[in-house]
Write a protein of this length. Structure first.
Length: 410
């Protein structure tokens, strides 16, 4: 592989990545408050699931992978609408006596579930990152992977405690910028490759499972595009309207990236090996497009885990601060949350525990839909009230089914 000569597409791919990194690193963009508020949900949405989503969809939906992806991001956007509604309408009510009956209780349960999910996810992201990094060295041993993960988590905790939200956002912004630049280069390379071969589709054979199992697997893949709720818990640095607007921007831009990527990658999924696809599958597959892509995607995988872990740490810190009525600041809570993630790494098999986080995220969304249902009943009247309640009630039922029956994708 290392001996292959570089072709024009390799140089184009590298140039696109460099151009995007340079653009993202411009101080006016990097330090822009609106962009910083967008980065946190965007980092979590385009996290560890990005590289594995195409192989998973290929095995679950076959040639209809892009339509399945479109359906997933549309449902995710609808659920994001629940969180956005709650940012503007429910957030200020949850701690007041005037809140609709049951809202504070539901909020407490949903926040407990989300805190558990965040702690597990942060441990999972960094442990996976460590495993991935050491897989390319002679030190691929579980104990070394645990120690590397612990060191990275301790560094995140130190930055969070020392510099607070802004410090974590600075690291997060750089890692997301590199990751998005590589994704942009990947999309350009895939487009040029498909145009040069004249191949835009492929006859992909989905796994031989019954329709109910297929639906459950697709429902589980909703959690791949999870992460937009982090906007709800960065109130220490941004007002409600900014968080509402930047979360919507993060969801729309990430949805476009996911759908375009899956649509363009379908032709090379024919090279996908049989069996359960993992995160390295897409890395090896892109070698059919350009020699340089696997190396760029290795870097993207590293940045995906790091940025997603930081995004969830930021979200968890804001959540703890909110739940304690600001008695425990986000900055103080970061080391405590990270300590819990470190404990998980040493006490459990984090790759098995992650399934608990997947259901906890879905449970959280279900509870948030319940809050939106109750708040809409107080905020609106007549047809507007029933329209909102019907919609939020429907989403709550869909999410309850996902909690009960979905098969986690990660």
């Amino acid at each position: 592989m290392f001996g292959k000569p570089m072709k024009p597409l390799d140089y184009i791919t590298i140039a696109v990545a460099i151009i995007f990194v340079a653009a993202f690193m411009v101080p006016k963009i990097r330090e822009n408050a609106y962009w910083r508020a967008t980065v946190t949900p965007l980092a979590s949405i385009i996290g560890s699931g990005f590289l594995v989503v195409a192989p998973l969809l290929g095995s679950v939906a076959g040639s209809y992978a892009v339509f399945a992806m479109a359906g997933i991001v549309v449902l995710a956007y609808a659920i994001g609408g629940v969180i956005r509604f709650n940012i503007l309408q429910a957030e200020t009510l949850e701690k007041k006596p005037s809140a609709p009956r049951g809202v504070r209780t539901i909020a407490r349960f949903s926040n407990m579930a989300l805190t558990i999910a965040y702690v597990i996810s942060v441990a999972f992201y960094i442990r996976l990152l460590s495993s991935f990094v050491l897989s390319m060295t002679p030190f691929k041993v579980a104990i070394y992977e645990d120690w590397l993960a612990t060191s990275i988590l301790a560094l995140i905790a130190l930055i969070g405690w020392w510099r607070g939200l802004k410090g974590l956002e600075a690291v997060e912004t750089i890692s997301v910028s590199i990751k998005l630049s590589i994704i942009a280069a990947l999309i350009v390379a895939l487009f040029i490759h498909n145009a040069s071969t004249g191949t835009w589709t492929a006859n992909l054979i989905a796994d031989d499972v019954d329709m109910w199992t297929r639906i459950r697997m697709l429902a589980g893949m909703l959690l791949v595009v999870q992460g937009f709720e982090t906007s709800r818990y960065i109130g220490d640095g941004y007002d409600a309207q900014t968080r509402h607007d930047t979360m919507r921007l993060a969801q729309i831009s990430s949805a476009m990236i996911y759908v375009v990527f899956v649509a363009l990658v379908v032709p090379i999924l024919v090279y996908l090996p049989q069996g359960k696809p993992d995160e390295t599958a897409i890395i090896s597959l892109t070698g059919h497009v350009a020699w340089v892509l696997p190396f760029l995607l290795i870097l993207a995988a590293f940045m995906s885990q790091l940025s997603a872990a930081i995004a969830d740490t930021v979200g968890a810190g804001g959540l703890v601060s909110e739940e304690t009525n600001m008695k425990v600041s986000s900055r103080t809570s970061y080391p405590i949350l990270i300590a819990a993630s470190i404990a998980l790494i040493w006490l459990f098999d984090i790759f098995q525990v992650i399934s608990i986080a997947s259901r906890a995220f879905a449970f959280y969304y279900m509870m948030q839909a319940g809050i939106a249902f109750l708040v809409a009943g107080q905020k609106f009247n007549g047809k507007q009230k029933w329209r909102h309640q019907l919609w939020y009630g429907f989403l709550a039922i869909v999410l309850a089914l996902i909690v009960l029956f979905a098969l986690p994708a990660e």
